[in-house]
Design a protein. Structure first.
Length: 563
């Protein structure tokens, strides 16, 4: 076996990738692993102040029986099971859920570091792999919403299953199968990973012996695929155009598109426009071929680059046929393999690929030191760039309203604003709430912001258990006389206007401020049906009817006769 890794002593053992490996109990290893985890958690620290996403709110509705629960096994462990486990403990407070997601991301980083070391590569490769993966800003939508806990859970369980499978004895293999079933019930994108165990050097024995031993690990994947293909599950989960699939040139272009997203260091949200790129291959085909060539060149020293590239392709494969759906969280598990490949290649090239043990000791030490300096600089630059993009993504606002440009951030922020306003206004009492949201006109995003994100009010019931009934209406009517009134503004903010005649005066002022003059007139007319003797409402209505179109609030108020 070619011995070109510099950082290993003669007393170190060999990992399955062919290179020498030291013990993970070394203080330096533990310090580097912890450093990678801290770096990852620092980059994604904004997660701890994030509110639930619309998909999170749907699961909160389901776990409380507000809407029916899904009757399938699809992602059961990371979906139904996860919320059933945590809701009795955490309730509808987002912080503990997000804290757990954040820590699980750190655990995934640690798992990558440990896997690279046990594969036979040095601390340099492990640090770079874990650091690049953990500090990637691509995973904001994974770490910052509860439902995507499926990604780190599935990956951690898949790592555990592969590690167990490589141990001798039927007990270890049975444990691997059980663990892999749990991984599949978190996210089906890991279903092809047992193929990795067929690679030379990954496990003892020849190919036939490995195939015989590890065939059992593929049985859960085959059963899961068969289950997802049944007409009942297809009708329940994949009935609309969002999950249309094809096995043509789109698979190649999808691969190139998502490869481009992986290396994108410019876009705030590469999946903002999720159309398949027909031109990305002109750049990223050469990136992929270059990585494959490096993996082949490093094969005699370490098979981890090839192993990581295969991991990347195997975990991307389930989503490549999709015609319309592609999201950044699809890259979480695949990027782990790519990061391992990059770390191993970097170490092979800069610390051992060209000189090896034949080089003088001083030269080898100098090259290793240079490699570490470059790796630290690369990680620092990558982390700082990720941090800048995450902060810009959260703060960049639309030109016309105080809402983030990014839809993911916008939806979460809007849901949080609405929940906070309702909780503050209704604390300590059971109420019915009606939300007045004017007709859209030239503001088409208003429907998405309130009706879709808040599930026609059901999401508010999920996070505000003191709400008995919630209604979303374009205009108030006397049917809601006993409801607390809230106004949904065009900037996504929710304003508590109260109950009774004074509430309708405040609502009319807000409508005029937002240039919904006609809505203000109709709203006041409806309020006068409920409160016909209220002098202030009558005066405001008369002044509004007499005011010219587009009159300001101050103009309308000046027209109200003094009582």
């Amino acid at each position: 076996m070619n011995q070109k890794h510099l950082a290993y002593s003669k007393h170190e053992r060999r990992g399955w990738s062919g290179a020498r490996v030291g013990s993970m109990s070394r203080p330096s290893d533990l310090a580097l692993l912890l450093g990678c985890v801290v770096l990852a958690l620092w980059v994604h620290r904004a997660t701890l102040s994030t509110y639930f996403s619309p998909d999170d709110l749907i699961y909160l509705e389901r776990v409380q029986g507000i809407v029916p629960q899904s009757a399938t096994l699809w992602r059961w462990l990371s979906g139904v099971g996860w919320f059933r486990l945590l809701f009795p403990i955490f309730g509808a407070e987002p912080f503990p859920y997000m804290l757990l997601n954040w820590l699980l991301h750190g655990a995934a980083v640690a798992a990558i570091y440990a896997w690279v070391r046990r594969a036979g590569c040095g601390a340099l490769a492990a640090t770079l792999a874990a650091g690049l993966f953990g500090s990637s800003r691509l995973f904001t939508t994974v770490v910052a919403q509860v439902v995507t806990v499926a990604e780190p859970l599935a990956m951690l369980l898949a790592f555990a299953a592969l590690a167990l499978a490589r141990r001798p004895g039927p007990g270890a293999l049975a444990g691997a199968v059980a663990t892999f079933v749990a991984a599949l019930l978190c996210k089906e994108s890991v279903m092809l990973l047992p193929v990795l165990l067929l690679m030379p050097g990954t496990a003892p024995g020849g190919l036939p012996a490995r195939a015989m031993r590890y065939a059992l690990l593929m049985v859960p994947s085959v059963l899961m695929l068969a289950y997802l293909s049944t007409p009942a599950v297809q009708a329940a989960l994949f009935h609309d155009q969002a999950y249309q699939r094809a096995w043509g040139i789109n698979v190649f272009h999808n691969l190139m598109t998502m490869t481009g997203w992986t290396f994108d260091q410019q876009s705030l949200a590469p999946d903002l426009l999720s159309a398949i790129s027909a031109t990305a291959w002109r750049v990223y085909l050469w990136v992929v071929l270059g990585l494959v060539a490096l993996a082949v060149a490093a094969w005699r020293t370490t098979t981890l680059p090839a192993w990581g590239m295969l991991w990347w392709l195997l975990t991307l494969a389930p989503v490549l046929p999709l015609l319309t759906q592609r999201y950044l969280h699809y890259l979480y598990i695949p990027t782990a393999g790519l990061a391992m490949a990059l770390g191993a290649v970097f170490e092979w090239v800069l610390a051992g690929g060209a000189g090896g043990e034949a080089s003088p000791v001083r030269r080898r030490a100098g090259r290793a030191a240079l490699a570490w300096v470059l790796a630290v600089a690369l990680l620092a630059g990558h982390a700082l760039r990720s941090d800048a993009l995450i902060r810009e993504r959260a703060t960049l606002k639309l030109a016309t309203v105080d809402l983030p440009v990014d839809p993911f951030v916008r939806k979460s922020m809007t849901a949080g604003r609405a929940a906070a306003a309702v909780r503050k206004a209704t604390a300590g009492r059971r109420v019915n709430a009606v939300f007045v949201i004017p007709e859209l006109g030239a503001t088409p995003k208003l429907a998405e912001i309130f009706h879709s994100i808040l599930g026609e009010g059901l999401a508010l019931k999920a996070v505000c258990p003191n709400l008995d009934s919630v209604a979303f209406v374009p205009r108030w009517s006397p049917a809601y006389e006993d409801f607390d009134v809230f106004y949904g503004r065009i900037d996504g903010n929710v304003v508590d206007v109260g109950r009774g005649p004074d509430a309708h005066g405040r609502l009319a002022v807000l409508l005029i401020t937002d240039h919904f003059d006609q809505d203000a007139r109709v709203s006041l007319a409806a309020a006068l049906v409920a409160y016909p003797t209220d002098a202030r409402l009558r005066a405001l209505y008369a002044a509004l009817m007499a005011a010219p179109p587009g009159a300001s609030v101050s103009t309308v108020r000046r027209a109200i006769p003094r009582q």
